[in-house]
Design a protein around this ligand. Structure first.
Ligand code: IFM
Length: 444
């Protein structure tokens, strides 16, 4: 039987996700302050072919025609992020009214199109001025973030009720503060652990502020997560996979649920204690209205004596003879099912939403068309697995595709295209791909 959205019930939330730095461009327009990404992309050889997001999809100027297209594709929910440095150029202090005005117009037009806006408050673009003061490593960031959140709620809370506090904290603390491959390019265990603890505090403290200011709001936060399996069924790999699972899947959800950090399965995390102050443990916990899960693939893990701290390594998909996406991520739709089952097994877990899921493939424009059959199959396969989990009793209430427009994919630049809509980055011409047409039909 064909997959139908009716199988999910009429209250299920369907949408697309985007993020400010990846689509907006206009990086210095109308007094916007610089973010860590504006700075990082200007350093040589950090990003594929030295690409940058200065213009990106020019969504800042083209949001009206893009939202008209979203409406034509029957997409009822749009998740986007606010660029902190657009409304607070210095991160704290003086408000940039032009920035507030942009998000006012964006929100108003989204609503005018009959599309429900879902706002992510932090999708990795910390104001550069705050990074100069230590960024996520400085505990003060919790207060800077709370101040920024309260400004967003005060200015947009009359029209926004759906909030996502952080996007994938594990990725911005891991890639940005441990590996140094994302902005701000810092490395080392201490930076990582400090950033992790402060992000975990920001996620609960930010949510608490929203609820205090807007009791009727729908507040959640999002996590990157991958189904993890041992590469071989041997004790060493099984132990290694548990460690990687603690790091990639449990690090931020467990303190939020009041369970503390998963130090038993990943002993090195005990060193986070030096950043934890009195009362933090209680402050880390918060009852979210929903939890957003962002899943793309599964990871296979083996023991590795050479990997510092964790003694485990991920075996890349191209070494495993499996179907892959352009990100070298395995195509494995069952992952989203296992992730939903895993998170729903926690006691007191709020409703779950898949807030990102999608794939980058080698899309080609032929005679003005992009026939991206692989993406259509990927999406169908993943949505079927969401349904499977739902039918087994998992309380999953929504699904957002990453992403609407092809956009700036961080360190990979514009090379991997994830969009339902093809973007020619020279001319800014948009072409709805077969996947966009398929989603429109599915949602009709
Ligand atoms: O593009 C990213 C997004 O910003 C966060 N989640 C994963 C996506 C694909 O890599």
């Amino acid at each position: 039987m064909a997959l139908s959205k009716d199988d999910f019930g009429k209250d299920f939330t369907w949408g697309v996700s985007t993020a400010a730095y990846q689509v907006e461009g206009a990086y210095d327009a109308h007094s916007k302050g610089k973010s860590i990404w504006d700075d990082f992309v200007k350093q040589r050889n950090k990003i594929f072919k030295n690409h940058h997001g200065d213009i990106a999809c020019d969504f800042y100027n083209r949001y009206k025609s893009d939202l008209c297209m979203m409406k034509r594709l029957n997409i009822p929910n749009h998740r986007f992020s606010i660029a902190w440095s657009r409304i607070l150029p210095g991160g704290t202090g003086v408000l940039n009214m032009d920035g507030i005005d942009f998000y006012d117009r964006l929100i108003d037009f989204t609503l005018e199109m009959g599309i429900t806006p879902w706002v992510t408050l932090y999708h990795w673009d910390l104001p550069l001025e705050l990074e100069k003061r230590g960024g996520w490593v400085n505990r003060e960031v919790i207060h800077w973030f709370q101040n920024y959140v309260s400004i967003c709620v005060k200015n947009f809370g009359d029209r926004i009720s759906n909030w996502m506090v952080l996007n994938e904290p594990m990725v911005f603390s891991g890639a940005g503060y441990f590996l140094g491959v994302h902005a701000p390019g810092r490395k080392g265990l201490n930076n990582f652990l400090a950033a992790t603890h402060h992000a975990a505090m920001a996620q609960s403290c930010g949510a608490r502020i929203i609820k205090l200011m807007q009791t009727e709001s729908n507040v959640g936060t999002t996590f990157s997560c991958s189904y993890i399996e041992p590469f071989r069924a041997v004790a060493k790999d099984i132990r290694a996979s548990l460690k990687v699972d603690a790091l990639l899947n449990r690090l931020f959800i467990e303190p939020l649920l009041g369970l503390g950090y998963p130090t038993e399965d990943l002993k090195i995390l005990k060193r986070i204690e030096k950043f934890v102050k009195q009362n933090d443990e209680a402050d880390l916990a918060f009852n979210m209205d929903f939890i957003g899960l962002q899943n793309y693939t599964r990871e296979m893990v083996s023991y590795s004596a050479f990997m510092p701290f964790i003694r485990a390594k991920i075996i890349k998909a191209d070494k495993r003879n499996v179907a892959t996406t352009l990100m070298n991520w395995e195509v494995y739709p069952e992952s989203v099912y296992h992730i939903l089952k895993k998170f729903s097994a926690y006691k007191n877990m709020p409703p779950l939403m898949i807030t990102e899921n999608g794939a980058a493939f080698n899309d080609e424009v032929n005679e003005g068309k992009v026939v991206d059959t692989k993406r259509v199959n990927f999406l169908k396969g993943n949505i079927e697995q969401v349904l499977r989990a739902k039918q087994e009793g998992v309380n999953v209430t929504g699904y957002f595709i990453w992403t609407f427009l092809d956009n700036f994919e961080w360190a990979e630049g514009y090379y991997p295209r994830f969009g339902l809509v093809h973007v020619d980055f020279e001319t800014q011409e948009r072409i709805v791909k077969s996947s966009g047409c398929w989603y429109a039909d599915f949602l009709s």
